[in-house]
Design a protein around this ligand. Sequence first.
Ligand code: SF4
Length: 319
Amino acid sequence: MGIIYGPVPSRRLGMSLGIDPIPQLICTFDCVYCQLGKKRFKVRSPEEVKEPFPSPDEIASEVKTALQKYEHIDYITFSGSGEPTLNPRLGEAVEKIRRFTQIPIALITNSSLLTRADVFDAAASCDLVLPTLDAGDQNTFVRINRPAYGFDIDTIADAIAKLARVVPIWLEVMLLESEKYGSNVTEEAITGIVEKIRMIQPHEVNLNTCVRPPEEPVNPIPEGKLDEIRIRMEEALPGVTIAVVPKRTKSQSKLLREEEISAEILRILAVRPCTTADLTDSLGINPAEVGKYLARLAEADKITRRVHKGRLYYAINKD
Ligand code: SF4
């Protein structure tokens, strides 16, 4: 997988040029709702990663090339196939990108490593950080995020609160229910999350639920219930903006040369499964055209079809 993916239509960031700054599917968590499949390696720190990370120069050079190719980018976003803050030179990469573009830089993180000074500084150098916090207590944290050994939700929340004082924070809360793993929408779990948000004082809270098919048996929270939780949080947290993440945003249209489209579809699907509508938005071509490319890729055994909650998704074929 390359360092750059997209631009993809992000439900929160508009057209987002993604940067995947880690060498393989590695993360400090193993969330029950993860869409990246079971090939992830769980590590506690960058020091445990054996493979070399893309360097700041490599990252900056690929971003520069991508910006020459695409007309409209709303955000340059560090995210990708695992936890981006595992890259120990993230801050240097941000600094190098800033030398040639004014486009704001966002960081999507599971928050686990913000307790480290180097990661905190790298996050603080971005324009916007979207940290995840799915639990207000250690028990729920361990059940839903399944962190590597040694992570503590109170310490992580303290680090997010500290970061919120120096950079805008859009806190993402992924809500779900599962017979196997339990839920983070019980009265007790929501109370715990509300207390953490009160302490963090983020600029915005985005309530999300799993709309794409995870590998584990977890269920999304129905829209009505998400709204009830939003109202409850708004009442408990005056002054904090609480939003339910919309299912899909309209994106800017863009044209890709025909020979690039299949490669672009594969790059997007390598990051997450998508519907035809998601790909239509991302590629700026009509659904019938996207369908033709998907059919060809499926025939070549490069992608597979999966139905989740009545919607057809395409995913990269890992076999
Ligand atoms: S933090 Fe993100 S990449 Fe890591 S396991 Fe959770 S969902 Fe997957």
